[in-house]
Design a protein around this ligand. Structure first.
Ligand code: PGA
Ligand code: MG
Length: 218
């Protein structure tokens, strides 16, 4: 029994198509051609303001407009968070198994908290999560360890496993001194072996076993 904290984008859900749609709507309003999915995926991981910054850099938009264009992109995104977004295969069954095994579950994402909560609601998985921290919940976001440590403190957990898909998640877990399980099928940019992790999996059916063994090992 223990605390299992999840990342969201590229871990529980394949959300890139809706993020792409929001970014491309904003670009279209600026008279700029759309960006393809692999490009958008390569920009995900450090939160929406950073994604918009990377988009603007790529297409040569004036950075003085960053705050304005971030707000516009977020509005487009909030209007359609789950048009194309789906949980990865086996996610709901794994959440159910983990909860039935007595684990406490939480979410630690760099996605802003409002769309993160809306997605959990729309995909009918919000009931599994005892705490949700988004990229704008605290003053700092991942890879700062504080969002993850905040959840541990908030839920009174001495021990946890963090489940994520990216370099940012691995660094967050390492700096928080939390065990890290890497989902290999998300949005990482580098080979699996270059990302520090204690466990890895490509199929959510394997996760309950990995979590049980991880807590035993400590
Ligand atoms: O919003 C992002 O850039 C990444 O979100 P994640 O932390 O859920 O992967
Ligand atoms: Mg992620």
């Amino acid at each position: 029994m223990g605390l299992v904290v999840f990342d969201l984008d590229g871990t529980l859900i394949d959300s890139a198509p809706d993020i792409q749609a929001a970014a491309n709507r904003m670009l279209d309003e600026q008279g700029i051609d759309p960006l393809d999915l692999p490009t958008i995926i390569s920009f995900i991981g450090n939160g929406l303001p950073k994604l918009v910054e990377r988009v603007m850099q790529r297409v040569g938009l004036d950075m003085a407009r960053h705050t304005e264009l971030t707000a516009i992109t977020l509005a487009h995104y909030n209007a359609a968070t789950t048009e194309l977004t789906r949980p990865y295969s086996g996610v709901e069954a794994a959440l159910q198994d983990l909860q039935a095994a007595g684990h406490v579950l939480a979410l630690c994402t760099n996605k802003p908290e409002a769309p993160a909560r809306a997605i959990l609601r729309d995909l009918r998985i919000e009931q599994y999560f005892n705490a949700v921290v988004g990229g704008d919940t605290l003053d700092v976001k991942k890879p700062d360890p504080e969002p993850l440590l905040y959840i541990l403190r908030h839920l009174g957990a001495a021990q946890a496993i963090y489940v994520g898909d990216s370099e940012v998640d691995a660094e967050t877990a390492q700096r928080a001194d939390v065990r890290f399980a890497l989902f290999t099928e998300g949005y990482r940019k580098t080979p699996v072996d270059m990302i520090p992790h204690q466990d890895r999996f490509s199929d959510f059916a394997a996760l309950p076993g990995i979590v049980a063994a991880g807590f035993k090992e400590g």
